[in-house]
Design a protein around this ligand. Structure first.
Ligand code: HEC
Length: 307
């Protein structure tokens, strides 16, 4: 007889089915090892998880305005410029070469030098196929007014109306089958764009460019104020010495100095005497004589002219 607690290997060998009774040990070990492995790598697992979706910067939702030079659009008589006279077509040919040929090609085939790099190809004026706005004079005028910006067709809204009609007449010579506008379509053009009155196009610059400009101007001004402050603090002879003597805070006095000009020594004296500390002056500035104020004023307003 043998001990019950021990495994009877001989019996096991005779009946291998009994091995299955021991298999729980294997599963227990496997489960434990997998769990340990998982815990060990928890850091890596969480790092590999998909990052949360992030909305694009809200600044991108602001529609950026395109750069545009200001222009005065002179009035034009629609009934007259709507006719493709020899003079207008000749003028249009020159303007077309200068403004349109780089994309639309010298012969209006849509094969200008810039066309190669463009995803949406410039319109071939010989073909009636696939026009977005349309081929009538009135509609092409709208195309030139607004452009088709997403495809790279620029707006020519700063171009005088007559020049636009000239270019339109010229491009319409590339094919014989351009549709004719009705009188009412031409008159509508007149009312929509106020052609007989002319218009003024304000200059506009993109927000980003404007911000750069403001920052640059601000930086230039800060530099000028800092330079003036240094000069004032340094003092010197006459009015310069006087200024240094009554100055408590050179930066403030310099900032005040940059705003001077166009005023008078008396108003300046009254302004400083009322509140010397706030404007960066010592209290004793209030005791200066009229001549001293006058000297101080002309010395300090000199910085405004330089800045
Ligand atoms: C920078 C390149 C470029 C310049 C310069 C340019 N165009 Fe275009 N133009 C295009 C592109 C690209 C298209 C095609 C747009 C589309 O189909 O979405 C186009 C389309 C047009 C169309 C067809 C609009 C329609 O209804 O489908 C007209 C008309 C036109 N241009 C006239 C002109 C005239 C006139 C000029 C010069 C004053 C000019 N373009 C200058 C690129 C240009």
């Amino acid at each position: 007889m043998h001990n019950n607690d021990e495994i009877d290997f001989q019996a096991l060998l005779k009946q291998p089915v009994r091995f299955f009774g021991l298999s729980y040990i294997v599963f227990l070990l496997l489960g434990g090892l997998t769990g340990a492995y998982y815990l060990w790598n928890l850091n890596t697992i969480s790092r590999n998880s998909t990052p949360p979706a992030v909305l694009p910067d809200s600044a991108q939702f602001v529609l950026e305005v395109p750069m545009q030079r200001g222009a005065l659009i002179p009035p034009v008589d629609v009934a007259a410029v709507a006719k493709p006279t020899k003079e207008l077509v000749a003028k249009g040919a020159n303007l077309y070469k200068a403004n349109c040929a780089s994309c639309h090609g010298d012969n209006g085939m849509g094969d200008g030098l810039s066309a190669a790099a463009m995803t949406v190809k410039p319109r071939n004026f010989h073909s009636a196929e696939g026009w977005k706005n349309g081929r009538k004079i009135s509609v092409i005028y709208k195309t030139l007014q607004e452009g088709i910006l997403p495809s790279g067709m620029p707006a020519f809204n700063y171009t005088p109306a007559e020049d636009r009609f000239a270019m339109i007449h010229y491009l319409r010579t590339f094919a014989a089958d351009y549709p004719v506008d009705s009188l009412s379509e031409l008159m509508e053009l007149e009312t929509v764009y106020n052609l007989s009155k002319g218009s003024q196009l304000p200059a506009q610059i993109p927000i980003a460019v404007a911000m750069e400009k403001v920052a640059a101007e601000h930086a230039a001004r800060s530099a000028a104020v800092a330079a003036a402050a240094k000069t004032i603090a340094r003092g010197g002879e006459g009015a310069a010495r006087l200024a240094a003597e009554v100055t408590a805070d050179p930066a403030k006095v310099a900032a005040v100095a940059m705003t001077l000009g166009g005023g008078s020594a008396e108003t300046f004296a009254r302004m400083v005497s009322a509140d010397p500390a706030t404007l960066g002056f010592k209290a004793k500035a209030a005791r200066l004589t009229a001549e001293e104020w006058s000297a101080l004023y002309s010395y300090l307003s000199g910085f405004a002219k330089k800045g």
